[in-house]
Design a binder for this molecule. Structure first.
Ligand code: ADE
Length: 352
């Protein structure tokens, strides 16, 4: 394969990065642990959203050992709102492995990194190059966009083979400062070579060599096969409270939002009358049922279309049929202690 970037292009890119990169907290360190945490948080998540989580997380768990020993609910609470919660669980699993196998230090090896829970090709390459300066490629969506445009490629970036081909093509041109090269590609994709018709080609250090720009294809590339539409689930969410307590439900240990806490909810959109009946069937006696706002939450493969009811329970809340996943929680400790995913944020404001 022909070189994807000539040496001068690589140098221009790295030079641009040195001069123009954003000052981000994880760029002020070479600590592999911190770089790992940042790369996991940055998957599917915007830089601005990550910043406060990154700071809080590292304050709570400053070392691999601290993360390995973290109490699960505390870990999930610190992740609350960031989404894709399996990332947090995988972090902890990997931390345990790092303690057991590598004495608490991340291994300076792309393949060994890839053997850790939650670390795929991209993340292994990012940590290896950024933290350890190793010549490893890191190809994420940003980088795929940059490479497709520079080379004018119509290859479908949703295919794994495409990603692997680009990774190997990059491997052949990684310069001495591998970390800056990785970050430069990411930064260019995040700030200049951006999607949705907003590319800032006049700021691009590679503009003069960009095939897509020359051919007027910037807004047509990259090519990405359209995904199948998300499944829509209709839910009725219940804010079930007496004066002091609220019903919470813990989700099953596997699947969407595994193990997190949610407001009780029922399939379908129920009328007020059906809500009275459903709550009575749960063993509690409502004294008031009030419709609150609708809400929508979009996950990777599913959309939740929710309607909500605030249900005031009378004196006999204790009749509530409870399985081990159903909790009656004192209101003051509710929001402080239980990780409730942001899918429920429209309704969480009623919890006080
Ligand atoms: N996205 C993924 N990795 C990143 C990084 N190191 N800096 C900024 N955005 C990123």
């Amino acid at each position: 394969m022909e070189q994807i970037l000539e040496r001068e292009a690589v140098e221009a890119l790295v030079e641009w990065y040195r001069k123009s990169h954003r000052d981000l907290p994880w760029r002020r360190t070479k600590d592999p642990y911190r770089i790992w945490i940042s790369e996991i948080m940055l998957q599917q998540t915007r830089v601005e959203a990550v910043k406060p989580y990154y700071a809080r997380f590292l304050e709570a768990f400053p070392t691999v050992e601290a993360l390995a020993e973290a109490e699960e609910q505390r870990l999930m609470k610190l992740w609350e709102g960031l989404g894709y919660y399996s990332r947090a669980r995988n972090l902890q699993r990997a931390a345990k492995t790092i303690v057991e196998r590598y004495g608490g230090n991340l291994p300076a090896d792309e393949k060994l990194l890839r053997g850790l829970c939650g670390i795929g090709d991209y993340t292994a390459g990012a940590i290896a190059s950024i933290a350890f300066g190793l010549p490893a490629p890191a190809v994420d969506g940003n980088v795929l966009r940059v490479l497709s445009r520079i080379t004018g490629s119509y290859e479908d970036i949703s295919l794994l083979e495409t990603k692997k081909r680009w990774a190997e093509a990059l491997r052949a041109v990684i310069p001495e400062d591998a970390g800056s090269f990785t970050q430069a590609l990411i930064e260019l994709g995040a700030t200049v070579c951006v999607p949705n018709g907003e590319a800032k080609c006049n700021q691009c250090p590679l503009a003069s060599r960009c095939v897509a720009r020359r051919k007027g294809l910037v807004d047509s590339l990259p090519v990405k096969a359209s995904k199948k539409p998300r499944r829509v689930e209709r839910l009725t969410v219940l804010i079930l409270q007496d004066g002091q307590r609220t019903v919470l439900h813990q989700r099953p240990p596997k699947g969407l939002l595994a193990g997190l806490f949610e407001l009780p909810n029922l399939r379908g959109h129920l009328e007020t009358e059906a809500v009275w009946n459903a709550v009575r069937e749960m063993g509690a006696e409502p004294i008031r049922v009030e419709r609150v706002e609708d809400a929508k939450h979009i996950f990777t493969h599913v959309e939740w279309h929710m309607i909500g009811y605030r249900v005031r329970i009378g004196v006999d809340f204790d009749g509530l049929r409870r399985d081990e996943a159903t909790l009656l929680v004192d209101n003051p400790s509710l929001r402080a202690e239980y990780p409730i995913p942001s899918a429920f944020s429209a309704y969480v404001k009623y919890l006080n």
